[in-house]
Design a protein around this ligand. Structure first.
Ligand code: BG6
Length: 480
């Protein structure tokens, strides 16, 4: 942890969807648990005119809708922390009024910026001009931070004119998820896995982030973005980096991020033939009929709502180990998981009833199930007169059962608290973001060069059949 604990929190985009669903509920939940400093004041800002009372009513409605009833204790105290300042980010005067509203914090200010990309630069200018970018201010940046390496550099350069890197907190909300952090505990707090965590013992890795939702209300954003930029560039590459990185010197922001960025830089350029893009058509998800992407959009489009990639990390540890990544909307169920497929034993001493031993497989369930399952071979009980019988059985750790006491928290609770307190470990550093974009841009350039067309898939299926073929031509089956 560095520096001050902020006693002002300024939420840009305070009346937006993220604020309503995630930020306000997370802050209220932290408050209910006594985790917010009693002096912390929260100032919401957005373009629309409203007074403090109206913003509090907006917040109350959000909490009633998105915060479980058993976490709403102390809602009145929380609402009392809130005030509001309308702001047109394109004019400096607006920022002066905001600065007056923020007043003189005793320790410092944390800003959470989730704003349209076109408003980034004027917002940073406004913050600078109105004195809201001094040494006692840190800034959290929500995606999308650009649409490619060049535009992300423009944003990062603009922010850097006002804030040094140690006061910039780039958010990837997957890093706030308990189970994502648990990946590091699993790998580095146990002796069991690390000696086997390499090309010698691991045949391949799969990372799946499957969603059942479609476009929701984000038509314009999503059609310009697509699954590669919306999910792979950030969340999936962070999962990959945490899975593949070397042991950091210690669990702190510099050491963890130093190791992650090395993985991102070692990602091999992907050939278009090692990717599959898809777009859903009308189908059924969870028993309900849903329209196709083009119907929802109201026009034809080549934006991918599904992408599968076969990736490689060119370093000593992972030489020759494919990492299969896939993500998509309108898939059959919501699941995020990482599969570590171990290799066969070098020689089987068993013969007879079983033809082939099944190699061990570790399944790390990130969401919704927080399960870690290791499949191991075991003897089937019996006299084995025709040869020993073996079968894979799961060794299961269900995290909610193992830890039934501690409260499960929304990812943003952790991240907002870290922003307020100044802990950067779970935030993405500039060099990571740029390495991510570099790899993603090359994939998109390959698609353009080969005029890659999206394949279609029926909503409620696991994506285009070409995605299955992508793995199967290596003898690999996606874990389902
Ligand atoms: C966001 C993407 O970053 O992550 C969304 O923009 C996606 O398209 C969301 O739905 C998924 O987050 P989670 O936490 O629900 O897995």
């Amino acid at each position: 942890m560095t520096g001050f604990i902020a006693d002002r929190l300024v939420l840009f985009g305070a009346t937006g969807d993220l604020s309503k669903r995630m930020l306000l509920p997370s802050l209220a939940a932290l408050d209910a648990d006594g985790l917010l400093d009693p002096h912390l004041e929260i100032i919401g800002t957005a373009r629309g005119e409203m007074d403090d009372g109206a913003f509090r009513s907006f917040a109350r409605e959000s909490l009633e809708q998105f915060l479980p009833a058993d976490r709403r204790g102390g809602m009145a105290t929380f609402l009392n922390r809130l005030s509001y300042q309308a702001l047109d980010a394109t004019t400096i005067e607006g920022f002066d009024a905001l600065a007056r509203k923020v007043g003189k914090p005793e320790h410092g200010t944390a800003i959470f910026l989730s704003t349209a990309p076109s408003l980034f630069e004027p917002t940073i200018q406004g913050l600078k001009a109105s004195g809201l970018a001094g040494g006692n201010v840190r800034i959290g940046l929500e995606k999308p931070l650009g649409t490619d390496l060049a535009s992300s550099k423009v944003i990062n350069d603009a922010v850097a004119t006002a804030f040094p890197e140690h006061r910039i907190f780039r958010i990837d909300h997957y890093l706030g998820k308990e189970t994502v952090q648990n990946l590091l505990a699993l790998r580095f707090a146990n002796i069991l896995f690390e000696p086997l965590w390499n090309a010698q013992h691991i045949a391949h890795v799969q990372i799946t982030v499957a969603e059942t939702v479609g476009l929701e209300s984000r038509v314009a954003y999503y059609d310009d973005s697509g699954a590669l930029r919306d999910m792979v560039q950030n969340h999936m590459l962070q999962l990959l980096a945490l899975t593949a990185m070397e042991v950091p010197v210690s669990y702190d922001s510099t050491n963890v991020r130093d190791e992650k960025v090395k993985v991102l830089r070692a990602l091999r350029k992907v050939h278009a033939a090692d990717t599959v893009t898809g777009q859903y058509r009308a189908g059924a998800v969870g028993g309900a009929a849903v329209p196709g992407y083009d119907d929802e959009l109201g026009k034809p489009s080549n934006t991918e709502t599904f992408v599968a990639i076969k990736a490689h990390i060119d370093n000593w540890r992972w030489k020759g180990v494919p990492f299969y990544l896939r993500t998509g909307k309108r898939l059959p169920r919501r699941t995020t998981e990482i599969i570590i497929q171990f290799r066969d034993v070098p020689h089987s001493i068993f013969s007879g009833r079983i033809a082939r031993l099944q190699p061990n497989r570790l399944v790390i369930g990130i969401q919704p199930a927080e399960n870690i399952t290791m499949s191991v071979m075991a003897k089937v009980p019996g006299l084995d007169r025709g040869g020993i019988g073996l079968r894979p059985v799961p060794l299961d750790i269900a995290m909610p059962e193992a830890f039934s006491g501690p409260q499960r928290r929304i990812a943003y609770e952790r991240l907002l608290l870290d922003l307020i307190e100044g802990n950067q470990t779970l935030f993405v550093r500039r060099d990571e973001v740029e390495a991510q974009w570099e790899w993603i841009d090359a994939i998109r350039a390959g698609w353009e060069e080969h005029a890659q067309e999206c394949k279609t898939y029926t909503a409620g299926s696991w994506g285009p059949s070409a995605a299955i073929a992508l793995a199967e031509r290596d003898g690999v089956t996606w874990h389902e």
